[in-house]
Design a protein around this ligand. Structure first.
Ligand code: SAM
Length: 391
């Protein structure tokens, strides 16, 4: 396969296709998913951005599979191969072999180190025994990143970045209440805007895990796409700052599954009372603790868009996604779904474009959701939103 500027040897899907014609990348001996190109495109642009801000980056990619991600970082973010050292690993020997082959195939012959190891073991080994602190760690597992979060947050260099992919979206979204609590320590139900919630559940888990090490996080970019969510967090040191962030950034989402009205609140306000939805009279369900601060840093996302635009070989869909993420991150609110609200008010569903324009004219921040086609994110009150819908 060719992806970005890399040539990658991957397992032939034909060999692992089931009799009914189905194929899942996880059925092959080494994992390669072409549907994750946007995920890697943004990752490569992110590393290019990091390299503009600091020199000498150590990248740790401990669940590397074919190695495509790190190879692309090498070729596309640091073609001189002078500034980024790559540490790649996988628990599968097949993966490690194909990774080595792919490194040769792309003529990457310096600053690259491959190891056959468990990801947590690799992180601890590198940091604690060899004294090499990675400035960027990429956790890209099958399913949940939770089993690798502690090692990554503890291992990453001060002010470094940890990026995580989670494909256990159903759990993060709250489809299985007990698993949501068991895996992420969050109480809740599946909301109408559950993908927004999924991101905030993951960030809540990460900030609490970081706090154990007197560390705190600042999300640089967070997004949901298809079957996964992805977050990039900057990790810094400081117990007092960690306390402050836990206090200000962990809270409750109150969500009405009937009309999609929702809001985020601090933890102090009693979460045990049952609350009536002020819009439709239905029930508001609490989901907590979730991350209620911003999920992205406007300046960095803007910069990332600029960098991605210069990298002409990236997918157009990756550039579009970044623009979308930028728009929505600026608002920092949960999505309201117009089809749900319209049903309650017995009106036709207005276009999200018109509603957003109306809200912006009133002076609010507002954006169409890129996740829900009927979704609007805004800092306006629900009354202002309803007024714009009825116009
Ligand atoms: N990052 C890759 C990419 O961008 O193409 C895809 C990684 S794939 C989703 C997950 C990989 O993690 C698989 O290759 C699997 O063998 C590996 N893996 C699973 N458990 C692991 C563990 N405990 N330690 C290290 N690698 C592991």
């Amino acid at each position: 396969a060719v992806e970005g500027l890399a040539k990658i040897c991957i397992p032939d899907p034909q060999l692992y296709r089931r009799e009914n014609g189905l194929y899942e990348p996880s059925w092959a001996p080494v994992f390669y998913n072409p549907k994750m190109i946007e995920n890697r495109d943004i990752c490569v642009a992110f590393l290019k951005m990091m390299l503009e801000e600091r020199r000498d980056i150590v990248v740790l990619d401990p669940l590397a599979a074919t190695g495509v991600r790190s190879i692309r970082i090498a070729l596309e973010a640091d073609p001189s191969r002078d500034f980024i050292a790559l540490y790649m690993g996988d628990i599968s020997l097949n993966a490690v072999e194909i990774m080595r082959h792919n490194i040769e195939l792309n003529n990457i012959n310096k600053n690259v180190f491959i190891r056959h190891a468990d990801a947590n073991e690799f992180i601890y080994q590198l940091v604690k025994r060899e004294g090499i602190a990675p400035s960027y760690i990429d956790i890209d597992p099958f399913g949940s990143p939770a089993p690798f979060v502690y090692a990554a947050l503890n291992g990453v260099k001060r002010d470094g970045v940890v990026a995580l992919t989670a494909t256990d979206l159903a759990v993060l979204e709250g489809r299985y209440k007990s698993k949501l609590f068991r895996r992420y320590g969050v109480v809740g139900v599946k909301a109408v805007q559950s993908k927004d919630i999924a991101l905030r559940v993951l960030l809540s888990f990460i900030v609490r895990a970081a706090a154990i090490y007197d560390r705190y996080i600042e999300p640089v970019i967070s997004y949901a796409m298809n079957h996964y969510v992805r977050v990039y967090v900057k990790v810094s040191k400081g117990g007092l700052k960690a306390d402050k962030i836990l206090k200000n950034c962990l809270g409750v989402a109150w969500c009405c599954t009937n009309c999609s009205y929702s809001y985020m609140d601090y933890m102090e306000n009693n979460i045990h009372r049952s609350v009536k939805c002020p819009v439709c009279g239905g029930r508001l369900d609490p989901i907590y603790p979730i991350w209620i601060c911003g999920i992205g840093d406007e300046k960095h996302i803007e910069k990332l868009i600029g960098i991605a635009n210069e990298m002409y070989w990236l997918q157009k869909s990756s550039r579009v996604l970044l623009e979308n993420i930028y728009r929505v991150s600026r608002v920092n609110s949960l999505t309201t779904r117009l089809t749900y609200l319209a049903k309650v008010f017995k009106i036709n569903v207005p276009s999200t474009y018109d509603v957003v324009e109306c809200l912006q004219q009133k002076g609010f921040r507002a954006s169409r959701s890129y996740i829900y086609s009927d979704g609007v994110a805004t800092n306006a009150s629900i009354n202002d939103l309803i007024e714009c819908m009825k116009r």
